[in-house]
Design a protein around this ligand. Structure first.
Ligand SMILES: Nc1ncnc2c1ncn2[C@@H]1O[C@H](COP(=O)(O)OP(=O)(O)OP(=O)(O)O)[C@@H](O)[C@H]1O
Ligand SMILES: [Mg+2]
Length: 230
């Protein structure tokens, strides 16, 4: 599904990612974990085409997408839920959702399935994005990515700064998506237990490199924790 091969990325002169390899298989949920500032978001932005790598390539559905624009990646079925959510604060929930569809070249109505996944959003359609709680904004950001029917969903810290009851709803939503089996997920997450409950495979990054990876069932929690705690 997704194959990141030897990616190095930089901001100007400062190299952030060094020779990163990562795979997401069909229907898999793969977690990418690591402490603050190790380069997790930089890797997701590179996969989305928001940053051009200085080395390496990215294959999606066996095609090399390294040179494609972010728009073309989205049209090809890669959905992105950015860190911090990036909701348009002055647009309503409905407008935010429709914009998600239009940005990816689709003109259609909001599918009802979205409200089965996030029932709270249905009553908030006329509300301004900026007036939602952090948890509601996160649900909106995930919904906005999902209505484009991505084949690969990339999420950057969906539980960051969110109260526990909403974290639980987001976990259930991700599990539901996983059980449907037609969307692969790359999940960046610092909340270890949340990530491990949902994932099949996990990668840990330190200083821009993958230092540890394996099937979740085979990994020792202790070892993962050692890589994540300061
Ligand atoms: N636009 C930028 N210009 C220059 N340096 C940047 C930029 N964005 C991030 N960095 C630096 O790149 C490094 C990796 O940042 P990145 O945001 O990828 O980390 P992260 O693992 O996502 O961290 P967090 O868990 O806090 O979200 C950090 O040292 C950060 O300061
Ligand atoms: Mg980040």
């Amino acid at each position: 599904m997704l194959s990141v091969n030897g990616i190095s990325s930089a901001y100007g002169e400062s190299i952030i990612l060094r020779d990163v390899h990562l795979e997401v298989g069909n229907g898999q949920v793969v977690a990418l974990m690591g402490r603050n500032g190790v380069g997790k978001t930089t890797l997701l932005k590179t996969i989305m085409g928001l940053i051009r790598p200085v080395q390496g390539n990215i294959l999606y559905d066996s095609k090399d997408i390294t040179g494609l624009s972010p728009e073309m990646r989205a049209i090809n079925g890669i959905g992105y839920v950015p860190q911090g959510r990036d909701i348009f604060p002055h647009l309503t929930v409905q407008e935010n959702l429709l914009l998600g569809l239009e940005a990816r070249g689709k003109k259609a109505d909001i599918p009802e399935g979205i409200f089965e996944l996030f029932p709270a959003l249905k009553n908030l359609l006329a509300r301004k994005g900026g007036d939602l709680s952090g948890g509601q904004q996160q649900q909106l950001a995930i919904a906005r990515a999902l209505i484009t029917e991505p084949k690969l969903l990339i999420m950057d810290e969906p539980t960051e700064g969110i109260q526990p009851s909403i974290v639980y709803e987001i976990e259930n939503a991700i599990r539901f998506i996983k059980e449907q089996g037609n969307v692969s997920i790359l999940l960046v997450e610092q909340f270890m237990e949340f990530a491990l409950r949902l994932s099949d495979y996990c990668y840990i990054m330190e200083k821009g490199s993958i230092v540890f990876n394996g099937a979740v069932g085979d990994l020792s929690r202790e070892e993962i924790r050692n890589h994540l705690t300061i």
